[in-house]
Design a protein around this ligand. Structure first.
Ligand code: NOJ
Length: 756
């Protein structure tokens, strides 16, 4: 084999290799350095002058956000939105996404109210507005920061063409328990990668200029630690140490703040006994005082009234009071601020100054968005014609979808499928369009989706594709099995789409089982009995226990919910037109009992060491031979193979504050070109507190021809090794570290360095 060599240096791990996102390592730091579009003196003067003219009721109106009845995600209050806007009692609307309609509401706000303050129009534009990208968990598996930022840019432009100027995204909750349905909305389990993605999405939505016609206001959510809900049950209690909160869960929100995010949404959960929506610790201390956030905070849907069942507010008056003291600027849908803020002021329980501050922060954003200069700037009723589903948007969605797929098994080289083979395309998702969109799919239209069947027919030719659904996603209807078996018999290979329907992910979809429904497994078994090679395409919004599927297939690839371009993207990868590049961002467990599971666990005092014979009194499960997950974080195959060698720590001993340099060679050892995501992991061997067994501290993408090698060098910045020490001070400690470079979090090639 011809061998040639390439040298590549990736500086400061992911920090500059991924667009100068200085926030990744520093994202852990307590000091606030938030980027800001909104803190100039001129804007503040405009806010102060406006506040001086406003009545108390008008100020309260700016702190209220009502749904328009278009799309709702919870109980709605019977109210006349138009009249509320006209009265000045509602200054912001969400779920309205028709430019003509929004234009009329904006006209009422600007022309028929005393102060003429423009409205914000919020909406859940989470992974696309009309052109739908893969679900966010899928996108994160691309490890492609520019692609992810671009998905947000496309979404922003399509949102603007729908009359929306504020998105409730990015959702950056760290997720480690696949029982939780909302893992589909986030970027997985790792704070380092999650921080980079959070910043990329904020940049994508807001750009460099929030008042530009192509950018919208972003809202990072759900603050804080919503992903740590006990047992993966939605809205459930969070009870974690402050150290875990700060080191694991907070960094992505901090990265979003540092990237200049204009708004933050509260989370539904309580944390350490305090519902987030009433937490002055979270919003006043951490967000504002420590991080320097200067945008505004909105509650999640009716989260203020939920302070009553949480048991910290006696009634809704009390709930409003708690929220004001927690620094919450805006009440989403709850009616609590609308009804009670005046009474609280009248009774002296809150002050005019508090209202001025909270209302002023909302106005500041509206000024920053340029809404006072042109309230109709986002309301061009013709814009959708040029923007929706335009070729560049479709191309971006297709590219992101194929980069999001993770090839889990391909032991016999079944994939890619050779041209000319006859394919039996089977399973309940092969001809489904709606499922391809996943949850929170904006205004994405099912009839605009390329189904997997469409994609296969186009790519392989209709005559080469025999389709049979086989069975519904769940239930007992096996009447389609015979047709599926017959299709497989007729074909050279069977490709079976199995998994969970799109609506089984997202809010309020916690599951007690993370296996593929039994009927689908039976379908796979029946098809497999034909003796044909079986490829499984896993359609899911969460990690699943795929132990059975791994044993009962020849190749297996997770395709998530891939979005509008589902079929085209799946065909690209299955055909080999595009070689898989995705790497998991959430661990896939071996069984439900392993949950929660993530790669950066602690070692414990009795670690289990595989291959060391009988070990009883060690930290493991008695009924399972291994602690290992089925597929670890960072894992994903290509159509070629990669080998790692010649690991070298170039700076084995450095003084405190000096960067560390490490390098290794990655080689394409197979016979096809492929792109590898080279990953860098570090362990702090001895510290004043226990540290994770490994932590991702950098990654770099490398395209390699067969036989080609590249020398990849990482520079670990001192900030990347900082943590909360025993006394909760933030910084480095001297001592020894282990470092690994490889293709996933099980990377074996290692070295040592010391910080003096
Ligand atoms: C509730 C969800 O938790 C949140 O993520 C979403 O933005 C709001 N509803 C508004 O739809």
């Amino acid at each position: 084999m011809k061998r040639y060599f390439l040298t590549v240096v990736f500086i400061a791990a992911a920090v500059t290799a991924h667009g100068g996102l200085e926030t990744a390592g520093g994202g852990y730091a307590p000091a606030g350095e938030a980027a800001s579009f909104f803190s100039d003196a001129r804007t503040q003067n405009r806010v102060d002058s406006l506040l001086a003219l406003m009545t108390l009721d008008e100020k309260i109106g700016q702190m209220v956000l009502y749904t328009s009845h278009f799309t709702v995600t919870g109980p709605t209050l019977a109210k006349n939105v138009e009249q509320a806007i006209r009265n000045g009692t509602c200054g912001n609307i969400f779920n309205a996404h028709v430019p003509e309609y929004n234009r009329n509401l904006q006209r009422i706000a600007v022309e028929e109210t005393r102060m003429g303050i423009p409205l914000l129009f919020g909406y859940d534009v989470v992974h696309g507005m009309e052109t739908i990208f893969p679900i966010n968990l899928g996108m994160s598996c691309s490890w492609d920061m520019e692609g992810i930022a671009n998905s947000a840019r496309v979404a922003a432009r399509e949102a603007i063409a729908s009359g929306v100027n504020w998105t409730f995204s990015p959702m950056v909750d760290i997720t480690r328990d696949p029982r939780w349905g909302r893992v589909s909305e986030g970027s997985g389990e790792d704070p380092y990668l999650g921080s980079l993605i959070a910043a990329a999405m904020v940049r994508g939505y807001q750009g460099d200029d929030l008042s530009a016609d192509s950018t919208i206001l972003a809202c990072v959510k759900h603050f804080a630690a919503y992903g740590a809900a006990q047992a993966g049950r939605d809205y459930h209690t969070v009870d974690i140490s402050e150290r875990t909160l700060r080191e694991v869960y907070l960094p992505p929100y901090k990265a979003a703040v540092d990237a200049g995010v204009g708004t933050v949404m509260t989370s539904f959960n309580d944390i350490d006994g305090v519902p987030a929506t009433a937490s002055d610790f979270l919003f006043e201390q951490v967000l504002r005082r420590e991080w320097g956030f200067n945008g505004f905070v909105v509650t999640d849907y009716t989260a203020l009234s939920e302070l009553i069942p949480h048991g910290v507010a006696a009634d809704s008056l009390h709930a409003a009071e708690l929220a004001v003291y927690a620094g919450i600027n805006m009440d989403m849908e709850g009616d609590i601020y609308h009804k009670h803020l005046r009474t609280l002021v009248d009774h002296g329980r809150i002050t005019h100054q508090q209202i001025d501050r909270l209302c002023g922060e909302v106005l500041k954003i509206k000024f920053g968005m340029g809404l006072f200069d042109d309230p109709f700037r986002y309301l061009d009723t013709e814009a959708h014609k040029a923007e929706f589903y335009k070729p560049a948007n479709i191309a971006a969605a297709r590219d992101m979808a194929r980069k999001s797929f993770v090839l889990l098994e391909n032991g016999k080289g079944t994939l890619p499928l050779e041209d000319g083979k006859k394919i039996a395309l089977i399973g309940p998702f092969a001809d489904s369009r709606r499922d391809m969109l996943g949850s929170w799919s904006g205004q994405g239209k099912a009839d605009k989706v390329t189904s997997i069947l469409d994609g296969f027919r186009r790519r392989f030719g209709s005559g080469n594709v025999v389709y049979a659904a086989g069975c519904p996603p769940s239930g007992d209807d096996r009447s389609g099995f015979a047709e599926a078996v017959a299709a497989a018999q007729e074909a050279d290979v069977a490709v079976i789409t199995v998994g969970l329907p799109g609506q089984w992910s997202g809010e309020a979809t916690s599951l007690t089982s993370i296996t593929i429904p039994r009927i689908q497994q039976e379908l796979v078994r029946a098809v497999r009995e034909t003796g044909k090679e079986v490829v499984l395409l896993i359609v899911t919004g969460r990690p699943l226990d795929l132990s059975w599927e791994a044993e009962n297939s020849d190749a297996m690839m997770v395709v998530w919910y891939p979005g509008t371009e589902a079929g085209a993207a799946v065909a690209d990868v299955v055909s080999g037109d595009f070689a898989p590049v995705g790497k998991l961002t959430m661990t896939f467990p071996r069984s439900l009992g392993q949950l929660p599971i993530h790669y950066d666990m602690k070692n414990t005092g009795r670690p289990y060491t595989p291959g060391q014979g009988e070990q009883h009194y060690v930290s493991r499960y008695f009924d399972t031979p291994t602690n290992r997950p089925l597929y670890p974080f960072g894992y994903g195959l290509s159509y070629t193979t990669f080998g790692y060698s010649d690991m070298e720590v170039l700076t084995p001993s450095v003084g405190m504050g000096t960067p560390v340099r490490v390098a290794a060679t990655v080689t394409n050892t197979g016979d096809r070109p492929g792109e590898e995501t080279v990953q860098l992991y570090v362990r702090d061997d001895v510290a004043s507190v226990t540290r994770p067994v490994r932590m991702l501290k950098g990654f770099a993408k490398q395209m390699l021809a067969p036989g080609q090698s590249a020398r990849v060098e990482f520079i670990i910045a001192p900030g990347d090794l900082e943590f909360y020490r025993r006394d909760m001070s933030w910084g480095n400690e001297p001592g020894g570290f282990t470092v690994w470079i490889g293709g996933d979090s099980d990377a074996e090639l290692s070295g040592k360095f010391e910080i003096r």
